[in-house]
Design a protein around this ligand. Structure first.
Ligand code: DNO
Length: 367
């Protein structure tokens, strides 16, 4: 195993949703030591449309003025027609390619995306109170089996307090029945073929323009509402990176997503794919698993959750990770009013903790 080279650089960034859609400002973000940039987005562009270069440049300029970099986009969401393999997919793939080209012109290096049918991440409670009085998000599979998708959407959107939640675009979700019909005969195998078709179309362009696509794992890592999931395990990740052999076909490792299934050993997964240079983006979050398919999010600290965050950082360090890393969902603490999971305070505590681990690994290595 290669050790970290002197001067190896890991880029700590923070997710930011834009002036109109985030309670946190860029000037607050720049005051978090060690944060060098953001994972940005253009939330206002409907999924499937081309991201115009002017809007991308505007976001980049806003970010750069604050001394922060915009090199990662989270996410350019994939249109459901591509996931379902409908004839219209070619049109949406063309648009996706134009977006990739436009993003590359603005200096973007990594595009995060996911391939979860219909739903992006799913929680059954956006305000789960922890013993210390803070709030975090929680998931209970039993609840999912007892409510309809419509009910879940209603609950999630009323809890979102006006913020648009990533992946829960209203224009998509209002056609829910039609969407479920499009996926009625799509099993894991077909969904994977549709991912393969998408990757084979876009990855050659990414290679040409120097962009890495980073697929985000399923959150949670098991099927919900009968919809297939194909990015939930080490075996799934292997299959994905092997289907198109390219430096542009990479993974976003999300500790809290993969880690919700105890069979996924996150440090081992990082070692395996890190050694191959297949990880370009990492989300670090801790969760507490309380029962089968039941968990809630906690602070980043290892002692509070079921994941060993030190081991996760160590695996990244051992494999000389030089990509982008961000703290993931934080709790809502100190009465902060923000979108669930994306307040300033707990994510800033998270960065401090993660960087503290990283610095000690670096210094120990140098001796
Ligand atoms: C939730 C996030 C996801 C993630 C997408 C990536 O908070 O982890 O929305 O950004 O799945 O495409």
């Amino acid at each position: 195993m290669r050790g970290a080279k002197r001067g190896a650089k890991l880029n700590f960034i923070l997710r930011w949703f834009g002036v109109k859609d985030d309670s946190v400002t860029l000037s607050q973000i720049k005051q978090i030591p060690i944060i060098s940039g953001i994972a940005g987005t253009l939330n206002e562009i409907p999924v499937g449309e081309v991201w115009p270069i002017e809007k991308i440049e505007k976001l980049k300029n806003q970010t750069n003025i604050e001394g922060l970099k915009l090199e990662v986009i989270e996410s350019v969401n994939v249109h459901e027609d591509i996931k379902a393999g409908l004839p219209s997919r070619d049109y949406y793939i063309e648009n996706y390619i134009k977006t990739i080209e436009n993003l590359s012109k603005a200096g973007i290096k990594v595009i995060c995306y996911n391939f979860m049918p219909i739903f992006d991440w799913v929680r059954t409670d956006l305000y789960h109170q922890l013993p210390d009085g803070s709030y975090s998000m929680a998931y209970d599979h039993e609840k999912i089996t007892n409510i309809s998708p419509q009910q879940l959407i209603q609950e999630v959107n009323s809890g979102a307090k006006g913020f648009s939640l990533p992946g829960w675009e209203p224009e998509k979700l209002k056609n829910l029945q039609q969407l479920f019909e499009a996926f009625s005969d799509i099993d894991e195998e077909k969904l994977f073929l549709n991912l393969e078709y998408f990757l084979k179309s876009i990855i050659p362009v990414c290679e040409k323009v120097g962009i890495k696509m980073a697929i985000h794992p399923d959150d949670p890592p098991w099927p919900i509402f009968g919809l297939p999931r194909i990015v939930s395990s080490k075996e799934h990740l292997e299959k994905i990176i092997n289907v198109v052999d390219s430096p542009s076909n990479t993974l976003a490792i999300c500790s809290g997503s993969l880690g919700a299934n105890l069979e996924n050993n996150v440090p081992d997964i990082i070692r395996q794919f890190g050694k191959l240079g297949k990880i370009s983006f990492v989300h670090v979050r801790n969760i507490k698993i309380t029962d089968y398919k039941k968990f809630h999010e906690v602070s980043h600290f290892s002692k509070e959750g079921s994941l060993d965050i030190f081991e996760i950082m160590k695996a990244l360090h051992e494999t000389d990770f030089k990509g982008y890393l961000r703290p993931d969902h934080g709790r809502l603490i100190w009465n902060e009013k923000s979108r669930p999971g994306y307040g300033l305070f707990d994510r800033a505590l998270g960065v401090s903790y993660l960087y503290g681990i990283w610095e000690s690994l670096e210094k120990n290595k140098r001796g």
